[in-house]
Design a protein around this ligand. Structure first.
Ligand code: AMP
Ligand code: GLY
Length: 426
């Protein structure tokens, strides 16, 4: 069969890498892809948000299955458009993707169905938001309603910080329309985890629990990024926690979406705080996480294409998703300045050595491009060096050994990816 992957980051490289291993797949296309993806798939210069262009391409090439990486095309209705054209596509409809596209929708859904999450209030009036914050006090969290590239949530240590977040989001409009409404919510204490699940709208099959590293510097300091690294399985999610996540969060959410007339098919990602009172939802995403997809897909033993087809056919109840033993760790190498402004176009060296000298390592490309035959930097997150091994210790060692081969001007990365898992073992 012919498969099209939509997107061009590290998550999409991991998707293409995994899909390429399916004996059922003859040819893979990626729109727009990147320099790493180009070694496994035919990259086509169509933007991930050009829904009409993608439908036309899929029709012309007779694509059998399209897989959507990022959230933007999902909320724009790419799944609805493909389905209307009779084309098979993996992901939720626009009405279902609202669980990520609108924090207000997600919070109200959780409140209505008793799904554990932080206490909250919704505001479309900045003066009312300010009054509420002054009453509640700090710490407190202010979130823009709509998509803001992972930057829409501001964790505020003081009331002043929260008031200025309201000013930025609602008055100055730094996130545009996305900040017309805000959610102000209770600050939750605990350790974060990402639990992703496959669902066909009825059956829910959780993947291994993963953990992201959102802040730019070691020890979870500095501003938030798209994610500086991830690993799986995450021991903070004990079997008991996973049972709670499945029974109190994932299944009820999928049931709730069906009852609301928004049946959810695809990957449902629950961003969680594991609190002393149990897991609570910080946010839902309507897709694979980036960088969580990189370690998760390296650990997945089953054929991803078969699982996706079972989701599309409503046959997930008859399907098993198998995982390799051990652990996988992804270390993100970022451009100098990221998550702020950065320069692009620096040549990257050591890519071949990183992969060939270190067994179990795959270097997933994120922001890379080809220029005059060389791989150069082309984004904030440049590479995701990912290792799978028999233990988390060995996976960390493998990933960092491979990182040591790679360099580009301004490159920076966290040196403590996976440390929380090690601390738990002690
Ligand atoms: P979100 O986009 O909603 O996942 O928020 C981004 C990040 O902000 C999360 O990964 C957490 O680190 C932090 N955060 C969000 N909501 C809360 C909360 N209620 N309490 C504590 N931290 C939070
Ligand atoms: N790693 C966080 C996300 O994909 O949203």
């Amino acid at each position: 069969m012919k498969v099209l992957v939509v997107g061009g980051g590290g998550r999409e490289h991991a998707l293409v890498w995994k899909i390429a291993q399916s004996p059922r797949v003859k040819e893979i296309f990626c729109a727009p892809g990147n320099a790493g993806i180009a070694s496994l798939a035919r990259c086509v210069p169509i933007g991930a948000e050009d829904v009409r262009g993608l439908v036309e391409f899929a029709r012309r090439e007779k694509i059998d299955l399209t897989v959507v990486g990022p959230e933007a095309p999902l909320t724009l209705g790419i799944v609805d458009e493909f389905s209307a054209a009779g084309l098979a596509i993996f992901g939720p409809s626009a009405r279902a993707a609202a669980i990520e596209g609108s924090k207000v929708f997600a919070k109200q859904l959780m409140a209505k169905y008793g799904i554990p999450t932080a206490g909250f209030a919704v505001f479309d009036d900045h003066a009312a938001a300010r009054r509420y914050i002054s009453e509640k006090g700090a710490p407190i969290v202010v979130k823009a309603d709509g998509l803001a590239a992972g930057k829409g949530a501001v964790v505020c240590r003081t009331v002043e910080e929260a008031l200025s977040a309201v000013e930025e989001i609602m008055v100055k409009g730094v996130f545009g329309e996305a900040g017309r409404r805000v959610v102000v919510e209770e600050f939750l204490e605990g350790e974060e985890a990402s639990v992703l699940a496959f669902t066909d709208g009825e059956t829910v099959i959780p993947m291994l629990p993963a953990q992201d590293h959102k802040q730019v510097y070691d020890g979870d300091r500095g501003p938030n990024t798209g994610g500086m690294g991830a690993y799986a399985p995450a021991p903070v999610c004990t079997p008991e926690v996973m049972r709670a996540v499945e029974e109190q969060i994932l299944r009820p959410t999928v049931r709730a979406m069906a009852r609301e007339g928004r049946p959810y098919r695809g990957v449902l990602y629950a961003g969680l705080m594991i609190t002393p009172q149990g897991p609570k939802v910080l946010e839902f995403n309507a897709r694979f996480g980036d960088p969580e997809a990189q370690p998760l897909l390296m650990l997945m033993a089953s054929d991803l294409v078969e699982v996706m087809e079972a989701v599309l056919g409503g046959r997930l109840a008859e399907t098993q998703v198998r995982w390799h033993e051990g652990a996988a760790v992804c270390v993100v190498l970022a451009s100098g300045g990221y998550p702020g402004p950065y320069r692009k176009g620096f040549p990257i060296s050591g890519l071949e050595e990183a992969a060939s000298r270190h067994p179990g390592v795959v270097v997933f490309h994120a922001g890379t491009a080809l220029a005059e035959g060389r791989v150069v930097t082309a984004g904030g997150r440049v590479l995701g060096v990912t290792a799978r091994a028999e233990s988390i210790e060995a996976a960390i060692a493998g990933a960092y050994a491979a990182v040591g081969e790679i360099s580009f001007e301004g490159m920076h990365y966290r040196r403590d990816i996976g440390q929380k898992a090690l601390q738990r073992k002690k």
